[in-house]
Design a protein around this ligand. Sequence first.
Ligand code: SAM
Ligand code: SF4
Ligand code: SF4
Length: 340
Amino acid sequence: MTSAASPVLVDGLDRPLREVRISVTDRCNFRCTYCMPRSRFGPGHAFLPRSQIMTVAEIIRLARILVRLGVRKVRLTGGEPLLRPDLEEIIEGICSAGALDVALTSNGALLAPRAQRLKDAGLHRLTVSLDTLDPQLHRGISDSGVALQTVLSGLSAARAAGFGPIKLNAVIRRGLNVTSILPLVEFAREHGDIMRFIEFMDVGESNGWKRSEVVGGAEILAVIAARHPLEPIADGTVGQVARRHRFLDGRGEIGVITSVTEPFCGGCTRLRLSADGRFHTCLFATAGNDVLSLLRTGSDDAAIAAFISRLWVVRTDRYSEERATAERRDPRLEMSYIGG
Ligand code: SAM
Ligand code: SF4
Ligand code: SF4
């Protein structure tokens, strides 16, 4: 519902709609073992047919409607968004639709030649996924032929283009890259970037998630603080998912995203839109709500806004808070499809 005092759409648990994550493609040039394991996303995998993927104009039209409904922040994701040659047009259109904060999450492999164009298109903020600084381990985790150095060159180009501080996302998995935590922190401090450590999540059905492989945020913070003392940053920002900490020596900050050990569903103000134009009200959704068919069969903006509003006002998702007790449900959608 929207109240007269504040034109904010709130859901069934009183959470405002503030942010949308738009997946612009379900394809990727990496096969990260925690996201798109090759056993499931091999040569025979059926990606969405091109005809079912939202066009630039469709994405921009939806962004404009979402901004009118109260969305302030748009994050473009995927799959790998830089696989879309028209990404800059999408960014320009979303900026002109009135979004106050337009961000992109990328694996960085194709960033070097595009960084300046992304900046020129109006992109405000950039997040690059970087799970380790060990070239062999990077090759193993990303399961791609892309060298770590290519990603690091992408980061340099992005800093030179004026993105910064860049957020660096690392998924930490026990037995895999715990020893990468400190080198990543030191790399980020040296370059003025911000590390975000993400707990390994049970998104989708194919990444072989085990609770025992989750390295909790508290443990990650302890590893870092033992070398570089930290203090929490009090952050009252609505929808802030990272627990932020600053270094006591004044050289930057880090964040941990504790969706498994300390869920934050109470502040979840995000809607998700998959590349085939379906809205999802939770990262752990089992089905989406098709808006692309409405667009393609001539619905006007008012009808589409009403469709989105109806979805949001009945939303009661809080999967991460219910994880321990939740009944087994229908198969969850994959991260690369829903967009992370
Ligand atoms: N391909 C881009 C990238 O990797 O940055 C954007 C899409 S990716 C799905 C978005 C984010 O989700 C990445 O930072 C990735 O590390 C994270 N991610 C994927 N699978 C995950 C999992 N099982 N647990 C936690 N984070 C995950
Ligand atoms: Fe691709 Fe990103 Fe998933 Fe890795 S995390 S497989 S880069 S979508
Ligand atoms: Fe939001 Fe769902 Fe994640 Fe909870 S589990 S924070 S409701 S996306």
